[in-house]
Each structure stands twice: as structure tokens, then as C-alpha cells.
Design a binder for this molecule. Structure first.
Ligand code: ADA
Length: 558
């Protein structure tokens, strides 16, 4: 979401910084930290856990209240202005806002990013996840100046409807702030006014259909973006606030057990990608994101699963522009039965799920919503969190497909709720230890799971291989071509891609995974050389392993 009329202020740059291992330690802002960045990456700071406090002055325009917008503050966030606590956030990958009351003159803003794990305060984050969870203001922050004399356009969504080919869309708008008092909402598509309606009271939603005059589809070959704009018009006719966003006319659906994009059968070819780089941890730059997308596109990919948390809005903007399809999912990694049944966790999970859909709903690149990666979907007691999660997403956004990645398909109880069934499989890596030819296990494993799914009545649902891969150490060129060698990974992934893409019962494959990333400390240390998840086809510096070219040959057909 961007603005032409509203005064917005980027908070990117150096802030004063203080680190405390515990609340009771002294807090002297003697350092500087760049925003966005992680405070636990560089030598001397690496691995530290505690409270990272960022401080700077802000000054609201006269007569304005403020809205602080954070892309992500991890793990837990607390926002304080002039010593008064204003807001907190408890999912370190979810975007959030904090309202700042009007007030004259410079004011002290402190954002405390706490990267300690706390099952009560931040139950979405567990220390045992197979990816490193950093601390800091990891994604961009911004201050919006909102005149106190009128409401503001809090957010809007614009979704293509069944008439998308003719340009049909549905607008949904929320305003917040003071009562509307004669203000009007004006809606524009590609700069052309399509509607004016009385501004609703804050908290009420305005929903209506509209039509783009010169519709062009968003597709992989031609990812055309249209522009939607909502303006707030004062009684004297002045435009006093606005919100602008890009959107795409496209439709993703399942017809006759086939995944379809704009009425054509779609085969997904891609990778799972963590937002991580050794130089900056999870606070990757837009340039790094663009470079990763270029590597994905060169490898013949049309799809990326943003594992296992909310994606950076900048990354989704790039995917919109490039025509890269995205599975975005809520933070989740193998939560236990006890966690999934815990009311506190369910509340946090629900909030984070809603924040994901609300933030990303206008991105045409996002075609799949996911949650609870490898959760206990095989137990009767977890039915409520699965049912409520599907329901919440579908009420917010009826236009996209919803799934979760399961690693227990044979006993999974909630596959009937999925629009597509997503399987995390590691035949010959985690199964059948010592088998003389693990690669030979891939196709039979695929057949077994497909036969089981069809026997259980799921033939009408496309099946995606949402994860498959093996560990490989960059540069390990072993004459045996055995586990951890580049040759083995190349052979394994070639076969996995060949088998998945050759079988019409699959709608595609997302390899695990794009680039090596640091995993948690402790838990996986024994099973993860370097305490990294080394299943990337590139190492953490994006140096290609043999498998990168092997996959490219299968994805590109040459
Ligand atoms: C699981 C999990 C991934 C990763 C993978 C692995 O499928 O979803 O995040 O941990 O296993 O590398 O074992």
C-alpha cells in the first residue's frame, strides 16, 4: 500500500541502540543500529538473545495523529513513545501498526525487539524450529501522519471476481480515525473515478463491485498490474487522504482435480525459500530478494513457497512484477498436539493468520495460503484449529486456494478441507535408511501416496509435492557420489522433478530448498552439519551446487 496525498515518512536508517540480556540490565543507548537489520548476526553479537532497544525521535505534523507501520519486528515487539507504552506484537514475521496520539514537538520513540523464546508471550515461536529466528526490526518501518480532523483510509482490498476477464473486481475498504462528517470515499481504477460513496463510520467496511475499463490479465507470461486508489474527499472537495495499491486480474482455481490459472492447467515448478542470508540473517535486502528471484527464474521456476512464515511485502511486490507464483503461510513448524490445543496459541495463531491475509491479499502472485507446516493434522483433538484456520482464511479471501503441508498423509484427518493436498516427502533420506539406491524409492513413494489418496476419495484434489530434498555440502564432490555429495543431490532432485512433473496427478513440485540456511542452535545440531539446513541447491552465499543445474535442465526441458 502506498500514498500520494498522505504524508508518510520512512524510518529506514541509523537509530540509537541498546542491548540487554535481561530487563534488569542497564539500557544505555551507546550504539547505533541500522533499521531494518537483525541485532544477532555479526561477530560479537551472533547468537545473542535478549532485548534490542531501538531509539529515535519522531515529530508529527501539526494537528496530526500518527500510525507507525512495521514490516516485522522479531520475536516480540513493544513500542513506546515518550515513555508511554503504545503497542506490542507477538509474531516476529507479521506486519503490524501502532497508533500514535497527536502531540506537538519531537517525541522519543523506542521499539524493543525481544528475541528470547517465551511460550506464553510469543507462543508462535519455538526454539526447535528448523530455521534460525533472529531479533531486530527485520523489515522496513514507516510513520504515517494522519490529520486529526478527518478519518483515514486504514486499508483496502481489491479482489478479482468471476468476471475477472472483463475487469470485474470487488473493493473492500476500512477507514479509521474520527467520524466521517460529510467526507466521501472516491474509488479509482487506473486513475479513472469509478465510484463515490459517503465515507462509512470507522470500523465499518465498504464493499462494492467495480470494473476496470481496459482489463489485461495477470499471467505468468504477462504479469500485468492495474492500479486501485481510494481517496478521502473532504466536504469542500479537497482530497485529504488516500491509499494506492497494484492488483492483478487473474483467477486460480481447481477444476476437475486440476490446478488452473486463468482457465489453463497450471504445473508448479519451484522451491521452498527461507528469507535468510549469512550477511544479515532474516533482514534481507530487496536487492537480495531480486537476485534470488532471478536465480529462481533462471532455473525455470514459476513458483516459490515462502516457508514457513509471513513474506516480506517487498518480496511479494517483486513476485507480482515478475510473474512468480507464491504460497504464503503463517508462521508454523511442526507444532505439537499440546501447543495446537492451547487456547493462548490458538489466539496468537488466529491473529497472525489474519495479519498475513490482510497484508498480502492484493498481491496477484499469492495463489495459495498455508499454515501449520507439518502440524499434528492426524489427531482428532486438533480439528478445531484446522477448521477455524480454513474458515478464517476463506471468510477473508474467497478467491485463493488454501492448504497445509503434511508429512503424515496416510493418517491425515483434514485433507478434505484442503483445496490442494500438499505432501512433504523425503523418500530414501528420512525413510529406508541404508537402502542401496535411495533415488529408486522416489517414484514408488509418489505412486503409493497418490494411490492412497485416490483410494480415500481425494482424486478431485490436485496433489503438490510441497517438500522433497536431501542434504548436500557445497563443494563436496565425492567419488562415491554418496549422501551429502553434490552428485547425489543432483541425481536425487533430477529424479524427484522428473517423476513429479511426468505424473498428471501432481500439480507440481516445490523442492526443499532454495539456499542453505542456518537452523536453530542446539536441537538439530547433531543432524545438521554446520548447524545449517544444507538441502539448498545453492549454498548460503548463493553459490550453485550441481543440483541447481540438474533441476534447471528438468524445469526448462533442456
Ligand atoms: C520438514 C520441514 C522443513 C525442513 C525439512 C528438513 O519438511 O518442513 O522446514 O525442516 O523437514 O530439512 O528436514
Amino acid at each position: 500500500m502506498r500514498h500520494r496525498i498522505r504524508k508518510t515518512e520512512s524510518l529506514t536508517g541509523y537509530w540509537e541502540f541498546a542491548f540487554q540480556r535481561r530487563e534488569e540490565d542497564s539500557c544505555d543507548f551507546s550504539a547505533l543500529a541500522y533499521v531494518p537489520s537483525a541485532f544477532d548476526v555479526l561477530p560479537g553479537d551472533a547468537g545473542r538473545r535478549g532485548l534490542g532497544s531501538y531509539r529515535r525521535m519522531i515529530e508529527l505534523a501539526p494537528g496530526c495523529r500518527g500510525c507507525l507501520r512495521f514490516g516485522a519486528v522479531s520475536i516480540g515487539a513493544k513500542v513506546v513513545v515518550d515513555g508511554g507504552w503504545l503497542g506490542r506484537n507477538t509474531c516476529g514475521y507479521a506486519p503490524f501498526t501502532v497508533d500514535v496520539p497527536a502531540g506537538a514537538g519531537p517525541r522519543e520513540l523506542i521499539v524493543v525487539a525481544d528475541n528470547r523464546f517465551d511460550a506464553e508471550r510469543t507462543p508462535m515461536h519455538e526454539p526447535s524450529f528448523d530455521f534460525y529466528q533472529h531479533g531486530g526490526i527485520l523489515r522496513p518501518a514507516r510513520l504515517d501522519h494522519l490529520p486529526d480532523s478527518h478519518p483515514s483510509v486504514a486499508r483496502f482490498s481489491i479482489l478479482p471476481t468471476s468476471g475477472y476477464r472483463e475487469g470485474a473486481v470487488e473493493f473492500r475498504v476500512n477507514v479509521d480515525g474520527p467520524p466521517p462528517d460529510g467526507h466521501v470515499l472516491e474509488f479509482r481504477l487506473d486513475g479513472e473515478v469509478v465510484r463515490q460513496v459517503p465515507c462509512p463510520p470507522p470500523g465499518e467496511k465498504t464493499i462494492f463491485d467495480a470494473c476496470v475499463r481496459n482489463p489485461k490479465l495477470w499471467s505468468l507470461e504477462s504479469p500485468h498490474l492495474h492500479e486501485a486508489e481510494v481517496r478521502l474527499i473532504a466536504p469542500d472537495g479537497r482530497a485529504v487522504d488516500d491509499a494506492v495499491d497494484s492488483f492483478g486480474l487473474r483467477r486460480v482455481e481447481v477444476i476437475g482435480g486440476k490446478l488452473m490459472l486463468n482457465g489453463d492447467a497450471l504445473q508448479l515448478r519451484g522451491f521452498n525459500r527461507h528469507e535468510w542470508h549469512p550477511s544479515c540473517g532474516s533482514a534481507t535486502s530487496e536487492a537480495q530478494m531480486a537476485s534470488d528471484l532471478a536465480l529462481l527464474r533462471h532455473a525455470g521456476c514459476n513458483f516459490v513457497r515462502g516457508c514457513h512464515y509471513h513474506q516480506d511485502q517487498r518480496f511479494l511486490d517483486l513476485c507480482d512484477r515478475m510473474g512468480m507464483l507464491v504460497w504464503e503461510e503463517n508462521l508454523g513448524w511442526g507444532q505439537s498436539e499440546q501447543v495446537l490445543c492451547d487456547p493462548n496459541f490458538r489466539d496468537h495463531h488466529r491473529q497472525a493468520l489474519a495479519a498475513m491475509v490482510e497484508a498480502s491479499m492484493n498481491h496477484p502472485s499469492v495463489i495459495l495460503w498455508g499454515f501449520l507446516n507439518e502440524g499434528r493434522s492426524d489427531l482428532p483433538v486438533t480439528e478445531e484449529i484446522y477448521a477455524e484456520s480454513f474458515q478464517l482464511i476463506r471468510e477473508m479471501d474467497p478467491t485463493r486456494l488454501v492448504t497445509y503441508a503434511t508429512n503424515r498423509p496416510g493418517t491425515d484427518r483434514y485433507l478434505s478441507l484442503c483445496d490442494i493436498i500438499s505432501l512433504n516427502l523425503y523418500p530414501g533420506w528420512y525413510s529406508d535408511p541404508g537402502h542401496p539406491d535411495p533415488v529408486a524409492l522416489i517414484a514408488p513413494a509418489f505412486d503409493t501416496h497418490l494411490a492412497d489418496l485416490h483410494a480415500r476419495g481425494f482424486a478431485d484434489k490436485p496433489v503438490l509435492i510441497s517438500e522433497i530434498g536431501v542434504e548436500c555440502l557445497y563443494g563436496w564432490r565425492d567419488s562415491h557420489g554418496d549422501f551429502f555429495s553434490e552428485a547425489f543431490q543432483a541425481r536425487y532432485l533430477s529424479e524427484a522433478c522428473r517423476a513429479a512433473l511426468a505424473d498428471a496427478r501432481f500439480c507440481g513440485i516445490a523442492i526443499w530448498h532454495f539456499a542453505d540456511t542456518r537452523t536453530c542452535s542446539g536441537g538439530f545440531a547433531l543432524g545438521r552439519p554446520r548447524t545449517f539446513n544444507n538441502k539448498g541447491v545453492l549454498d548460503e552465499f548463493r553459490r550453485t551446487k550441481e543440483a541447481y543445474e540438474a533441476v534447471r535442465k528438468v524445469f526448462c526441458g533442456n
